[in-house]
Design a protein around this ligand. Structure first.
Ligand SMILES: [Zn+2]
Length: 152
């Protein structure tokens, strides 16, 4: 069977999936902005280049794709081919996430991870619910927060 995408288009698609300004991230950005929170984007000099940085609250937010960051949820499916390659690559991503997380915490940042499954798919949370959680996390100094789709 021939592939409908040429190799170039395929690699573009993959980049779009992995890249910045992904749709789930845009949802969070729009929502926080509308709620009056101000942030910086993809700050390069912080470990892991957090997607959103709120200096006023000493807080960073990562919006993680469940595939690329190997989330333990129903949105994660290992590709059928090249499994060894994918396991290596994705495990490396996951390990890096842990290192970045630890480095941020020890530098005094508070870290929120929003998993893609909190934003899309059958177990997603309501946006208002996410905003409520983020707001209370930002205002009250709790160290970490992780938002994910509800367990099915
Ligand atoms: Zn997930």
């Amino acid at each position: 069977m021939t592939d409908v995408h040429s190799p170039v288009i395929r690699s573009k698609n993959m980049a779009a999936i992995k890249g910045k300004d992904t749709k789930p991230e845009m949802k969070i950005r729009k929502m926080l902005h509308a709620a009056g929170f101000r942030y910086r984007l993809h700050v390069k000099d912080l470990p892991g280049k957090p997607d959103l940085v709120l200096p006023k609250y000493k807080a960073v937010i990562f919006v993680h794709g469940c595939f690329w960051h190997m989330h333990d949820c129903d949105q994660f499916k290992l590709p059928k081919s090249n499994q060894e390659f994918w396991i290596n690559k994705l495990s490396r991503n996951k390990k890096n996430d842990e290192l970045h997380h630890a480095a941020l915490l020890s530098a005094g940042w508070r870290v929120c991870t929003i998993w893609e499954c909190a934003l899309k798919g059958s177990n997603k949370l309501q946006l208002e619910e996410i905003l409520t959680l983020l707001r209370s996390w930002l205002i009250k100094p709790k160290l970490n927060v992780e938002l994910r789709g509800e367990e099915s």
